[in-house]
Ligand binder design. Structure first.
Ligand SMILES: Nc1ncnc2c1ncn2[C@@H]1O[C@H](COP(=O)(O)OP(=O)(O)O)[C@@H](O)[C@H]1O
Ligand SMILES: [Mg+2]
Length: 352
């Protein structure tokens, strides 16, 4: 098979992956690992590290993030989310394990190569926005291009386009302090757009915003992603936000990923009572989509057609009017047949 035909294959390609990834803080953190792996074979190695005065901030993380996916890392404050993404972008060096970007070993890159990789292939948006206060909106957005040595005319032209894309036209000459939190966040996003990378890390980008603005930003973000098709690693401590935004969610507790799955997996099939406790805060009829429940069984004759990403809330009216089932039209989620019974079982809190 030549390269071109493998390009057109259906199966998603991993953009970023990690295996056996650990980050341990503390006086003798390196002692626990050698070049071949763990130095000691303890049943609960992380527990032993903690007992010996260390903080195992990331414990044996293993996952792949696929091209074009929104991969959410979710967990309470202190669960290791930021440390995990810093390891993935190598802003901190992991204690052990591997990170692969487009199949290349990121940990083998030199400091010089890393700077290039981060500038050209990654975008980062942080909770504090990371804007430079003494630069205008335009200068902040154009900043990654300035670092790349692109001349002023061209970088300003490009930056203006990105500013328009996030709806901040007319504010090019404002300073960050003159903008609202939501507007500052948009500047951060426009700046990442200018960086041009196709892998984005967003660390709690909306956490500092008021709930209403936050919802607007989520909508805008999803709309932008529809056009851009970036690969996105999105951190949040808010399960509702995770379910709204994520294609898949990795749920962390004390450094460990305790469940990795789609929002529907997490909500309907929680791995344990810890995960289940989070999901009680989520309105299931809004978070579960038709495609999450669809299966290969054919839809009843003449069944209403619904999109796979329609929240099941929007099906309840038809069910009340007597619909026995639906034909689910695939989009990002799978299609198929969906019985009214399966929809109603979610309302009862039972997994279908
Ligand atoms: N540079 C550091 N030195 C020591 N401990 C750290 C450092 N950074 C983070 N930690 C600890 O690692 C754990 C995970 O932190 P963090 O990744 O920031 O969590 P989160 O982003 O989920 O809030 C916490 O216990 C935190 O105190
Ligand atoms: Mg954090």
């Amino acid at each position: 098979m030549d390269e071109e035909s493998s390009e057109t294959e259906e199966s998603p390609r991993p953009k970023l992956s990690c295996s056996g990834l650990w980050k341990v803080y503390g006086p003798r953190a390196e002692w626990y690992f050698d070049t071949k792996g763990y130095r000691i074979d303890a049943e609960d190695l992380a527990g032993r590290m903690a007992a010996e005065g260390h903080i195992p901030a990331v414990v044996d993380a293993n996952f792949e993030v696929f091209e074009g996916e929104i991969f959410v890392i979710m967990g309470l404050s202190g669960s290791g989310k930021s440390t995990l993404v810093r390891c993935l972008s190598r802003l901190v060096d992991p204690s052990a394990g591997h990170v692969f970007l487009d199949g290349e070993d990121l940990l083998a890159a030199s400091q010089r190569e890393l700077i290039e990789i981060r500038r050209k292939r990654m975008g980062m948006v942080f909770q504090g926005f990371g804007l430079l206060p003494h630069l205008t909106v335009l200068e902040n957005v154009a900043f990654p291009l300035r670092l790349q040595g692109i001349d002023r005319g061209e970088r300003d032209r490009h930056a203006r386009e990105m500013i328009a894309q996030v709806g901040l036209e007319g504010r090019e000459n404002a300073y960050p302090a003159q903008l609202s939190g939501g507007q500052q966040q948009r500047v951060g996003i426009a700046r990442s757009l200018c960086g041009g990378g196709d892998l984005w890390f967003l660390d709690e980008p909306f956490s500092a915003l008021d709930p209403l603005i936050r919802r607007q930003m989520q909508d805008e973000f999803l709309r932008l992603q529809e056009q851009l098709q970036k690969t996105i690693i999105f951190i949040t401590h808010d399960i509702a936000e995770a379910c709204r935004i994520g294609d898949r969610i990795a749920l962390m507790r004390a450094g460990r990923i305790v469940q990795l799955g789609t929002p529907a997996d997490i909500l309907l099939r929680p791995a344990n009572s810890y995960v289940a406790a989070f999901t009680r805060e989520v309105a299931l009829t809004q978070a579960i989509r038709a495609g999450d429940l669809a299966n290969a069984a054919p839809a009843p004759e003449g069944a209403p057609i619904v999109d796979a990403d329609a929240p099941i809330e929007s099906l309840l009216g038809e069910i009340a009017r007597g619909a026995q089932g639906f034909e689910v039209r695939a989009n990002r989620r799978a299609g198929g047949g969906l019985s009214a019974e399966a929809v109603l079982s979610v309302l009862d809190g039972a997994a279908p």
